[in-house]
Design a protein around this ligand. Structure first.
Ligand SMILES: O=P(O)(O)OC[C@H]1O[C@H](O[C@H]2O[C@H](CO)[C@@H](O)[C@H](O)[C@H]2O)[C@H](O)[C@@H](O)[C@@H]1O
Length: 385
């Protein structure tokens, strides 16, 4: 069964290629495959290093990437996401957004369609944090989610297995969300606390541990050997960025974020140069781009897409044709997860964006308030079925 045959496959410039020859998916065995056969996981999941310099590491043109990952916001009325109504404001922007939505329809407006595919299936929810559950704000330390959103996520987690997959450290994102009924993956999936279940031996670095409530869990930290290096780079970056007004360095445990949201545009170049300069001494680290943030992370073939696969296996939802994973996220790093779902025809990626962006997602939502509405719709549908 095809999830959405009419959507063209977009091309992305910064998605992570699968450069692991051992990572093989037999397409004929995937769920929703044309012949309708049951998904059987035929993956070998040893985690190789990514080759530095040829992937989404854009050290040669950091400034260009910084600019392109920070496009100007277009204005569009809220109604236009569902009704395609134009406002009097930025008409060009609105038209562009409305055109874009023909390729990435609103998950709210398409809810009937999603419901039909989800019928009889176990929905599994994967949620990014910043920009998805909480609005983007200038100070990353103050990116709180609303109580209404927290309630919506908590109720959704009563119906569907739910995980947060964030670029933040796992502890930090847990502090923000504060719900014990969820699973958490921090550091772009490099720090996963999931349910206890025996999983494939190919996952090294997966140990039994206990969560804050003393419950036994599986802790998977594929980048643990990078910890001392990340700490060292964090300290160097903090020292260096002291000289750049508005720059902020955040330690996300297995990765480091260098924020330039509050830096004068004239100094973006210097931020990029400083980061590049430091990374010259660390060939085992690479650079990716988020929303006005440079993210320093290990050269490891592991990302949010792999984290989704890991969690599906941990949840015992991988060898089933009656599972529908839904991943909601707003950032470039979420594309890896969208891609995993799209390529295997396994489930839906939903991009949160108020401006047109190429994506591997199937659907779109404009902002966190629409995410909340979507979660509520899912619960409403599930509770009456
Ligand atoms: O995967 P995510 O949960 O989306 O994390 C990605 C980055 O999110 C945070 O930064 C972003 O949100 C901040 C608060 O709204 C905003 O100030 C910043 O400009 C955004 O890039 C987080 O602080 C980063 O560490 C994460 O890498």
């Amino acid at each position: 069964m095809d999830l959405k045959p009419n959507h063209a496959s977009p091309v992305l410039t910064d998605s992570a290629p699968m450069n692991n020859s051992r990572f093989v998916i037999h397409l004929s065995l995937l769920p929703y495959s044309p012949n309708g056969s049951v998904f059987s996981r035929s993956l070998s999941l040893a985690i190789p290093r990514r080759r530095p310099g040829i992937l989404d590491d854009v050290r040669s043109s950091v400034l260009d990437a910084m600019k392109s990952s920070s496009p100007t916001q277009t204005k569009c009325t809220k109604e236009s996401s569902t009704k395609l109504t134009l406002s009097d404001g930025d008409v060009d922007g609105d038209v562009a957004y409305c055109n874009w939505m023909t390729k990435y329809p609103s998950a709210l407006a398409s809810f009937e369609e999603i419901k039909n595919v989800a019928k009889g299936k176990q929905v599994a929810l994967f949620l990014d944090y910043d920009g998805t559950l909480s609005p983007i704000v200038d100070n990353p330390d103050l990116a709180y989610m609303s109580n209404a959103m927290r309630d919506a996520v908590r109720i959704a987690a009563n119906y569907f297995p739910t995980a947060i997959i964030s670029g933040r450290s796992r502890d930090k994102v847990y502090e923000f969300v504060g719900l014990t009924e969820l699973y958490y993956a921090g550091s772009h999936g490099m720090d996963i606390m999931g349910p206890v279940r025996s999983i494939s031996n190919d996952y090294e670095n997966c140990d039994r541990s206990s969560d804050k409530q003393g419950k036994e869990v599986n802790l998977f930290q594929p980048a643990s050997e990078f910890l001392p290096m990340i700490d060292e780079v964090f300290r160097s970056l903090v020292k260096t960025m002291k000289g750049v007004a508005g720059a902020k360095v955040e330690n996300n445990k297995f990765c480091v974020s260098v924020h330039y949201r509050n830096v004068d545009k004239k100094s973006w170049k210097i931020v990029g140069q400083y980061v590049e300069e430091i990374l010259k001494n660390y060939p085992k680290l690479r650079l990716t781009h988020g929303r006005k943030v440079l993210e320093v992370r290990p050269v490891l073939d592991w990302d949010k897409g792999k984290a989704v696969e890991f969690l599906l296996e941990s949840l015992g939802l991988v060898d089933c044709d009656d599972v529908l994973p839904i991943y909601i996220g707003d950032d470039r790093t979420d594309e890896d997860a969208f891609k995993v779902l799209r390529e295997g025809n396994r489930g839906y990626g939903i991009l949160v964006s108020s401006m047109p962006k190429e994506s591997n997602a199937f659907y779109s939502l404009r902002d966190p308030s629409e995410v909340m509405e979507f979660l509520k719709n899912l619960v409403k549908w599930s509770s009456t079925n």
